[in-house]
Design a protein around this ligand. Structure first.
Ligand code: ACO
Length: 712
């Protein structure tokens, strides 16, 4: 029995392979995999295993894995589910390091226990499982095609990790058509043991792999994946396609933060935070892979569009806005730079319109001018087919200019649009790895992706900001509530938690008698609000438990008696702790800030527009914790209503720093206080700069003893 995990290198570079269930029948999966391994040119030792013995594809067959050599790095299991455990056990007992369990019929069809049994046995014996329910894997480093795909995988520098088997198999052919070369392709299936994080650990150091593409459906151990991704994106771009924008998991959540944190929004935010680029389609992902492999990513900015068509130039401008490609806008410099290449009826404003009469020479003149101008950071060159441009010159013009830009390290992307001749140029240039696309949006998406990645590389500060909070006080409040059998905090406990975290609250006191109520109101200053405090009364207004805008001591006395009278009459059993007397909060911008433990990615924070319409407006953004103040500010800038904080229509700028501070404090609680699973402040009212913000309403859920959330 051993807990030692084999080096992941042996999965990608095995020195020997056993195919358990290697079949004599050519149409069976166990035969196809063996055939691909042989035909793919794998240079290590191959052991077909089949109780019938004999010979398959010229290789002698061992009747059991025990009959094969001792040192087996990789096993490929292709026997039916009911025999899989025995086969896995035999492989583990023989000391094999990795096992690709091709077999279906486990957790994906509800057979969870058998999958656990198989994985547990393997783990106890130091063997790691890929799958089950996979099509296998390809590794260029070992010339290994252990898949039951069509064969003929085109080697190259893009590594693909896929949770969808069918999509992955189809990608084998598609990548060849799209001229995407593969360094590794791994089907992860049910991810019973090996997951994306394990694979990326190898791929990020692999010299052949320049770009990693992941197709993900669901994430387990998300916080570990995020750690690995954050490190891996420092060395190579990672592109993710994720399906399943379902909010199903969020429906049951007990807070706004939970229900707004639809898994997809959180996924999107945390991937961006790690520097992972998210593609909306397989095509976009392939484009990004092709474009980014071998290209040095830069931060971008000051991009110029050069076109022979106004319409396509406008389309490209729109696309630049969508993909955050900043266009250069110094009109004077643009005029000086492009005047010599532009006819009088053209335009030197960005887009530079060379007009429909532009020839190959005109393009080259304009592209040279953009290349030699150091203020211009990148170029998008668009071409619409015209009769005056000799189509035979198109490929040459593009290839020559592309080479000059490549040599100078200035990014350029081309987009061409036209008939058969143009399409032929497009296909030929794509084959020669020139950055060219048929669609303007595809073109700009690639450039935008590269800039985003370039910014990520440049902004690697890795700072973590935490606040000083009273962790002991938080634990005490949570512990007392739990001792009373509650999974949530009452209002005054939530306020105590805010005080322990250093988040400003409206002034408030718990009055236990009439004299105290009047005294507290005078201390706070009028107007005040009063609310009943009782664990048994959740909807205070419904039972007359709230009085607002009380202007003087007489009104406080009346309200005190009215609240108590009404609550006692309508809920005679309710245990009343007293009456809260609080400052009447002046108006400001109502925000929502929250922090919770996400089921997939661990601690996250949320920021957005607060108030009662928060779930309708859904103007919120997310980040994984830990994070720094700059990241919080970035998260805040993402929401549509952010300009309200900067001040609109003559209003003053709001105290943004105090909001950043509140988010950092919530992040610290959720990271440092395991008893708290979900905190939400709504509204957090932000005032003008220098006046801070106040947590008006606080809702806190506690972690249950099993580590999950407890419902309020
Ligand atoms: N050790 C070695 N060989 C064995 C053993 C054993 N313990 N038990 C049986 N075998 C042999 C059989 O004799 C047979 O060889 P033969 O054809 O020479 O007689 C061979 O193993 C295969 O066994 P079969 O019972 O014929 O099984 P079959 O090939 O029909 O199916 C398979 C096995 C492919 C693993 C199937 O159970 C399965 O799971 N298929 C789905 C695979 C899949 O789709 N995976 C996900 C991919 S991703 C996607 O969605 C595309």
């Amino acid at each position: 029995m051993s807990d030692d995990r084999p080096d992941i290198r042996y999965l990608f570079e095995p020195r020997s392979i056993a195919v358990v269930g290697a079949s004599h029948s050519q149409e069976k999966i166990g035969h196809k995999i063996l055939q691909n391994i042989v035909n793919g040119g794998y240079r290590g030792k191959i052991y077909p295993i089949n109780p019938k013995g004999g010979e398959i594809l010229g290789l002698p067959v061992c009747r059991t894995i025990a009959d094969a050599a001792r040192e087996i790095d990789l096993v490929c299991t292709c026997v039916p589910a009911k025999f899989a455990f025995d086969a896995v056990r035999a492989a583990a007992d023989s000391g094999a390091k990795f096992n690709l369990v091709i077999t279906s019929g486990f957790s994906e069809v509800g057979n969870v226990e058998e999958e656990k049994r198989l994985t547990a046995y393997a783990r106890r014996h130091g063997m790691r499982i890929l799958g089950p329910n996979i099509f296998g894997m390809f590794s260029a480093a070992a010339s290994l095609d252990a898949t039951f795909g069509p064969g003929g995988i085109r080697p190259g520098n893009v590594a693909i990790i896929t949770q969808s088997g069918a999509l992955g198999l189809a990608m084998i052919g598609k990548t060849a058509v799209e001229n995407v070369g593969i360094s590794a392709m791994v089907s992860v299936g049910n991810k019973a043991d090996i997951d994306e994080a394990d694979l990326i650990t190898y791929l990020m150091a692999d010299e052949i792999t320049q770009t990693i593409l992941m197709y993900i459906e669901g994430v387990r151990n998300g916080d570990r994946l995020l750690d690995v991704l954050a490190t891996a994106t420092r060395s190579k771009p990672i592109i993710v396609i994720k399906s399943g924008r379902s909010k199903r998991g969020a429906v049951a959540a007990a807070s706004h933060t939970g229900s707004l944190a639809g898994s997809d929004d959180v996924f999107d935010a945390v991937m961006r935070q790690c520097g992972v680029l998210r593609a909306e389609s397989v095509k976009e992902a392939f484009n990004l892979c092709k474009f980014m492999s071998g290209t040095k990513a830069v931060r971008g900015g000051n991009t110029v569009i050069i076109t022979n068509g106004g319409g396509i130039g406008v389309l490209a401008t729109d696309a630049c806005e969508k993909y955050k490609v900043k266009l250069y806008d110094d009109l004077e410099v643009l005029r000086e730079t492009f005047d010599p290449a532009t006819p009088d009826f053209g335009s030197t404003k960005n887009p530079i319109d060379l007009t429909g009469q532009a020839t190959s020479a005109d393009y080259t003149l304009a592209l040279n001018a953009a290349l030699s101008n150091e203020q211009i950071g990148a170029v998008i060159a668009l071409y619409c087919e015209t009769a005056v441009f000799d189509a035979d010159n198109l490929s040459q013009m593009i290839e020559e200019n592309s080479a000059k830009y490549h040599a100078a390290g200035k990014p350029i992307v081309f987009s061409v649009f036209g008939g058969a001749g143009t399409e032929r140029s497009l296909a030929a240039l794509t084959k020669r790895r020139i950055p060219i696309f048929g669609d303007v949006y595809e073109t700009v998406a690639c450039l935008g992706g590269m800039f985003t990645y370039g910014r990520h590389l440049a902004d690697q500060t890795h700072a973590v900001d935490e606040a000083e909070i009273d962790v002991t006080a938080v634990a005490r409040v949570a512990g007392e509530a739990r001792a009373e059998g509650r999974g949530f905090l009452l209002a005054h406990e939530g306020q105590e938690l805010m005080r322990a975290a250093g988040i400003p609250l409206p002034q408030s006191h718990l009055a236990r008698n009439l004299d105290e109520a009047v005294r507290f109101a005078e201390e706070i200053g009028f107007p005040v609000v009063m609310k009943v405090v009782s664990r048994d009364i959740l909807h205070k207004s419904d039972v007359g438990g709230v009085a607002l805008d009380l202007e003087n001591p007489e009104e406080v006395v009346d309200a005190y008696q009215a609240i108590l009278g009404s609550c006692r009459a309508r809920m005679p059993q309710a245990r009343i702790r007293g009456i809260e007397v609080a400052e009447m909060v002046p108006a400001g911008v109502e925000l929502i800030v929250g922090a919770r433990r996400d089921g997939a990615f661990g601690p996250i924070v949320m920021f957005g527009m607060g108030g009662i319409y928060v779930e309708v407006l859904k103007d919120v953004s997310f980040r994984a914790v830990p994070l720094d103040r700059a990241e919080v500010l970035e998260m805040m800038r993402e929401i549509r209503a952010y300009p309200l904080l900067l001040g609109v229509r003559g209003e003053e700028r709001k105290d943004i720093e105090s909001v950043v501070d509140a988010v950092i404090r919530l992040a610290t609680i959720i990271r440092r206080c395991p008893g708290i699973s979900d905190i939400e402040v709504n509204p957090l009212v932000a005032y003008e700069q220098g006046l801070g913000s106040k947590a008006v309403d606080v809702r806190v859920l506690l972690t249950d003893l099993d580590g999950g959330e407890t419902d309020a």
